[in-house]
Write a protein that binds this ligand. Sequence first.
Ligand code: MFK
Length: 485
Amino acid sequence: MPGIHPNFYQSAPELPREKGGTFLTDPILPAYLRYRIPSGVLESIWKDLERFGERCVNECQGLADQAEANPPRHVPFDPWGRRIDHIEVSEAWNKLHRISAEEGLIAIGYERAHGEYSRLYQFSKIYLFHPSSAFYTCPLAMTDGAARVIELCGTPKMKERAFRHLTSRDPKQFWTSGQWMTERTGGSDVSSTSTIARPSGPGYLLFGDKWFTSATTSEMALALGKVEGATDKREGLSLFYLELRDQDGRLNKIRINRLKDKLGTKALPTAELTLEGVPATMLGEVGEGVKRIASMLNITRVYNSVTALGTMARVLWLAKDYAKKRQAFGKYLVDQPLHVETLADLETEFEATFVFGFHLLHLLGKDETGKASADESKVLRLLTPVLKLWSAKQCISIVSEVIECIGGAGYIEDTGFPRFVRDSQVFPIWEGTTNVLSLDVLRAMERENALVSYLQDLESRLASVKSPDLQAEVARVREAGKALK
Ligand code: MFK
């Protein structure tokens, strides 16, 4: 019968399998790196990014799908009733751990072989890895944050042992770290921490409950606790280093109460724990807990943004690929002006946030290698929470628009699109809500006078725009800058 096509089956959107995989086909990453990184440095990393872009498509994606299909399981007891609190994870999840080490996903940031460009290189790989990693990037975020805290204020022993493991490229040596902060009273107001640190010999024993601990399969964690009997204004809230297992591989005075049944990030084990006297060592001084963990948060917030960017790039790729394969009203979607306009708007929003994010990655690399000016360090401090709150919200909005671009199929579980909706919903919550981050922006303005540095930077950028066509926009941004003062 005319008009009816019983043999029609829609082709699915696919990832790019050609040379360079998701790296060379990315709409902005290769061009941005060419613009930002000197040619000698670029040459030394380019082939690795091409190879990794292919590996993400050809190997990591399959592992991520397997890890999602086989979520972690809490096994509280052995067959004979002994408490073991084992978290069973899939072999695919373990393989993603090994790949993270082999690829130097943490190591690159600390070897600093590429000087101020090391973070740009490292995070280019994190950006490519994230959408094919089943959120293995969450343990990596905390691992990187912990490495930074130990680098800044760890004891010589922590630097010799934990730091070496956290930044190792050897899968057998590579450790990940947890960040044990959130309690039942909340993730935002950490001053209400009720975990107690009881002095014991040269260290402490931690007692209390932690309500959200992701990557509970990690080898170590940084945890907040209050020193028993402390009377300073923060009631002794301090940061502690601990190792989860004893020499026989058993959990060391830690009880896993249950795994969280989360909206998304299903492959990632996130647990509720009770600490029953865990041996721990303090980082920094008594009462410095928030200040010390802030160095970790500033790194994990950058991960939040880069992984949100990676998600946006992935869903937009799929939407663009689909537009070349899907016909409606006798034409491919890519030939329908309204649809193309929608995709172009989304792409523009994404690319603007990408440039914002990667600019901050460069500043982070400069800051950590002593190349940043005092003003640049302040801009980094001020804009890190701004980037995080913006990219998180934007990711949700872009994912939602992309689902609409795909239509009904985007609403169907086994096309894979609903997973993006569930997973992206974590971005505004993970590592600080929008309002908490807004307060952090005010903190940076008030305590570090960072707005002055930002406005100077803004003005010098505006002054460099010479095109007459853009002068009206320049004037608008200048006015908006004045309103901030
Ligand atoms: C991937 C999937 C994951 C699975 C699902 C996860 C679901 C989510 C689970 C969660 O719970 S995520 C929640 C994560 N929580 C946070 O991100 C913490 C949010 N709260 C904040 O960030 C608060 O603003 C903060 C705890 C920091 C406020 O604490 P205070 O005690 O009111 O801070 P205060 O007194 O303003 O600052 C203490 C010190 O830290 C100051 O330094 P000084 O002691 O020298 O004066 C501050 O300058 C410093 N500081 C605070 N924030 C900083 C900072 N320094 C640098 N950078 C920052 N961002």
